[in-house]
Design a protein around this ligand. Structure first.
Ligand code: SAM
Length: 275
């Protein structure tokens, strides 16, 4: 499997701490109490053959299995994430492949739905990923993705980023996070631009927020270390940033907020019904 620098980073990161993204995400439900996985799964209810792009430890796939999907498949760059997915009783029959979403190892028209949770916006050559999703979907098949869309202004994560960004950008070039993904995959306009040319229908959008609240120490433990850039800092930089964050966060009232997720859903046009 030939990978670019960002994929190499993602594979190494996830091989080292598999399951970490899902643990962080599950700990922060949306305002209506559902997790973002439950929210996304609701958009493909009734689909029995479903593929998850960037499935990691299989959190979303296991939920889809519990909701009644019978033929599940997933692809991910990290073998350690897939090993966790394979241990799930719901996924004993799932087709879990180590690989890149840009080159899906599945035949044309083989799925009723393709989903992806917090992974599409990290993928390079995203046009190719979307073309592959269209290829493996049957006509009329559903495409539902949740992508990161930034943080709630004025909340904990916004405060963290105002302190951390200057540290990240001051790193020498050989210690910076590789450029990751395509900005278009994080916005409504960008997703429409990517999805429409390959045969997807009108795209619907919803925005949800993973709520964060607690003490500054809890906020640091829960959310802040899940930023990939943090892996590029040395121990001293992490300690200094933590102290700064706790001091600044302790000086303001509890400010809540959290991370914003954009959910996009559409269908592959069916030439027989659209003419
Ligand atoms: C932020 S994690 C999200 C994992 C999982 N979907 C979740 O929400 O719990 C991103 C995942 O996408 C995978 N990934 C990133 N780029 C990929 C690509 N081009 N092909 C397959 N998997 C990819 C990473 O290995 C990682 O497991």
């Amino acid at each position: 499997m030939t990978m670019d620098a960002s994929e190499d980073f993602l594979r190494t990161y996830h091989d080292r701490i598999p399951g970490s993204m899902a643990r962080g995400t599950l700990a922060h439900p949306t305002s209506d109490g559902r997790t973002s996985y439950e929210f996304l799964a609701g958009h493909v209810a009734g689909a029995s053959r479903v593929l998850d792009l960037g499935c990691a430890d299989g959190t979303l796939l296991a939920l889809l299995a519990r909701n009644g999907a019978t033929r599940l498949a997933g692809v991910d760059l990290s073998e350690s994430e897939l090993a966790l997915a394979r241990e799930r009783p719901e996924l004993l029959d799932a087709d879990l492949r180590l690989g890149r979403a840009q080159q899906l190892p599945f035949t044309d028209d083989s799925f009723h739905a393709v989903v992806s949770h917090m992974a599409l916006m990290l993928m390079s050559d995203v046009e190719q990923v979307i073309a592959e999703a269209a290829r493996v979907l049957e006509p009329g098949g559903r495409f539902a993705v949740a992508v990161g869309a930034g943080v709630v202004p004025g909340g904990w994560l916004d405060l963290f980023l105002s302190l951390a960004r200057p540290v990240f950008t001051a790193l020498p070039p050989d210690r910076r996070l590789p450029r990751m993904g395509d900005r278009r995959a994080r916005s409504r306009e960008g997703l429409i631009e990517l999805l429409t040319p390959v045969g997807f229908d009108t795209v619907s959008f919803e925005e949800i927020t993973l709520e964060l609240d607690g003490t500054p120490e809890q906020m640091w433990e829960a959310a802040v270390p899940s930023y990939y850039d943090m892996a590029m800092l040395d121990d001293e930089q992490v300690t200094r940033l933590r102290e700064q964050f706790i001091a600044e966060a302790s000086a303001v009232p509890r400010i809540g907020g959290g991370s914003r997720i954009l959910v996009a859903t559409t269908r592959l046009r069916n030439p027989e019904t659209t003419g």
